[in-house]
Design a protein around this ligand. Structure first.
Ligand code: PGA
Length: 261
């Protein structure tokens, strides 16, 4: 795992977008796993800027989002399809038919997970999975006690997640209590993982995920099993990490990062 601490949120966001853009330039047919949430809005704004100003080309890219609420029509402003259209897909040259999210309105809830898994497999698997982290340590909506081998399925959301995300819903109680989410096993199958974590409010949970034991109580800790995971943090999110000096030293001395420094 690589842990990169940037001085502020904007530079952490920009570095994350730069890593994604670099991967896309090297392989225009990238299949990205994408994430939603407030943290990612800046990443998508930066990718849109690179599309407009630097001709970053998404025409052959494919995407699979981590998760989608169950029972929200795609037109609902809180569906993750709406989020992705609003923040990214409507502003770049990606083919909408190449963008995938679980179908939150499917009549076949038990079958949706395996359908989504099959679609990922048919696309050749995920080349790069972008991740945030929830207050309860989730990646995707893999709430505490999710199996570390789990695959895409429907999941009951934890109280902390309902509290974190219900601010977007009016009234807050109208937030769905279930969502489809890629599993931890699905995420770990991605060839590369890039996690972005910003803000003091995430400092405790990210320290547990990176420096604590691997545990299904903090499902983000499972990325310790991945052989190509990069975690990008701002200083506020990194403030509780014990080995900050070591992470800075690795970033300064690892040639792969030369072009990003
Ligand atoms: P946030 O969500 O970016 O809105 O904090 C992250 C998450 O819950 O995974």
């Amino acid at each position: 795992m690589q842990v990169i601490i940037q001085p502020d949120t904007q530079s952490a966001v920009k570095l994350t977008a730069a890593v994604l853009a670099d991967a896309l330039r090297r392989n225009p047919e990238m299949t990205f796993g994408l994430a939603t949430g407030a943290t990612m809005e800046g990443v998508y704004a930066e990718l849109v800027r690179m599309y407009r100003e630097e001709k970053l080309d998404f025409s052959s890219a494919k995407t699979f989002n981590l998760d989608e609420y169950i029972g929200l029509p795609v037109e609902d402003k809180n569906s993750y399809r709406s989020y992705m259209d609003k923040h990214l897909f409507d502003h770049i040259n990606i083919k909408k038919s190449n963008t995938h999210l679980p179908n939150g309105m499917t009549p076949d809830i038990p079958g949706e997970g395996s359908r989504y898994e099959a679609a990922i497999k048919a696309a050749g698997g995920l080349d790069l999975q972008l991740l945030g982290i929830g207050q309860d340590g989730h990646i995707g909506f893999n709430e505490p006690l999710s199996s570390l081998r789990s695959r895409t399925r429907d999941k009951l959301l934890a109280p902390q997640t309902l509290q974190q995300n219900s601010i977007y819903f009016d009234p807050p109680e109208s937030m769905p209590r279930r969502a489809f989410t890629m599993g931890i096993g699905t995420i770990l199958d991605a060839r590369k993982i890039v996690m972005l974590v910003t803000g003091e409010s995430k400092s405790d949970i990210i320290a547990q995920a990176i420096e604590g034991p691997v545990s299904s109580m903090v499902t983000a800790s499972a990325i310790q099993f991945h052989n190509d995971a990069t975690v990008i943090l701002d200083q506020a999110a990194a403030s509780k990490l014990k080995a900050q000096d070591y992470y800075h030293w690795c970033f300064e001395n690892e040639p792969y990062w030369d072009k990003f420094r």
